[in-house]
Design a protein around this ligand. Structure first.
Ligand SMILES: [Zn+2]
Length: 329
């Protein structure tokens, strides 16, 4: 993703966000120090305030997942005029169902990305096939949606009882992904079952949805849903942080047929970074764990240290995982 951003920055107009990101990447690569002074980022902060300040208040605490989404979407708009839309090659398969799915997914991909296409699309966006089965016993019709995603947003088990098995081991990111991909009821923002309106019978019923991946991105981003809306004692809604312990997988192998439908995808990923959030919903601090080659670093403002014992970190803080696809299938 860093290479993609650096390439996009080349030839971009000065003081746009992507130009400032390119300059920051260049300054950081050339500096012999383990951290750079905040004034190196003032140009980027100014560009962010100017370009996306109407969506996010840049100098206040923001949610990193929301910030990342707004930034990627803005970069698409800012840089899209310099790029031509590029779709993938069709999947080679003897299976007619796969070829039909490929056609539907490619059409949906083009509709979504044609206007705002940049190389970042191929880097961080994937595509899900979401299947919804109508909960009306007289209907049960099945609907498919082909949805792009920038991050897989997976629920975090709050208690051991939320896990699909009865063991009490600490869940990991891979298990959260598997849970998210099994058949689940459609829920609302506070986690209750929500009725879904079916186009076939035109009725609203509690219905099931199953999510599978069709297109795997080069950088798979997994975001834990640590911030959820809950009903408080007075019946109002309150944003809460779920601080459940999560083990960090150094690699993830998505299974063709189980997690991924498209048989031509590369599905093995290696962890390259973790964005961590300490604190509560109302005040907290971000730090990160970043891999360079085989060495892991703990980066907390200007405190940069080599990690010798990865297992000792506070996995209650792990919030977003960044996995790079591995070369082999
Ligand atoms: Zn129906």
């Amino acid at each position: 993703m860093k290479t993609t951003l650096a390439n996009m920055a080349k030839g971009s107009p000065q003081h746009t966000i992507i130009w400032e990101i390119g300059k920051l990447i260049s300054d950081m690569s050339m500096s012999p120090a383990s951290s750079i002074a905040p004034y190196n980022a003032t140009g980027l902060v100014r560009a962010l305030e100017k370009q996306i300040g109407d969506i996010l208040v840049i100098r206040r605490q923001n949610d990193i997942h929301e910030f990342f989404s707004v930034l990627v979407n803005h970069l698409a708009t800012e840089s899209a005029s310099r790029y031509m839309f590029k779709n993938c090659s069709p999947v080679s398969s003897d299976d007619l169902t796969i070829r039909n799915l490929d056609k539907s997914c490619m059409d949906a991909w083009e509709r979504f990305h044609k206007i705002d296409y940049t190389p970042l699309v191929d880097s961080v966006f994937g595509q899900n096939i979401v299947q919804i089965q109508c909960g009306n016993a007289k209907c049960h019709s099945i609907t498919h949606n082909y949805e792009p995603f920038m991050a897989i947003e997976v629920p975090v088990p709050v208690h051991a009882a939320d896990l699909p098995t009865d063991d009490n081991t600490i869940p990991d990111a891979a298990r959260c992904i598997s849970n998210y991909m099994t058949e689940n009821s459609i829920i609302n923002s506070v986690g209750s079952e929500r009725e879904w309106k079916c186009d076939s019978c035109n009725e609203c019923h509690v219905s099931k949805r199953t999510t599978k991946i069709w297109r795997c991105p080069r950088t798979l981003i997994v975001c834990l849903k640590r911030f959820t809306m809950n009903k408080n004692a007075r019946g109002g809604l309150e944003l809460k942080k779920v601080s459940s312990m999560i083990n960090i997988n150094r690699s993830i192998n998505l299974e063709i047929g189980n997690h991924v439908i498209n048989p031509s995808m590369k599905t093995k990923y290696a962890l390259c970074g973790v964005a961590c959030h300490s604190g509560t919903t109302y005040g907290g601090h971000y730090y990160s764990l970043v891999r360079k080659g085989q060495t892991w670093y703990f980066i907390d403002d200007n405190d940069v240290q080599t990690i010798t014992r990865f297992e000792e970190f506070h996995y209650r803080d792990a919030y977003m995982f960044f996995y790079n696809v591995m070369a082999q299938k």
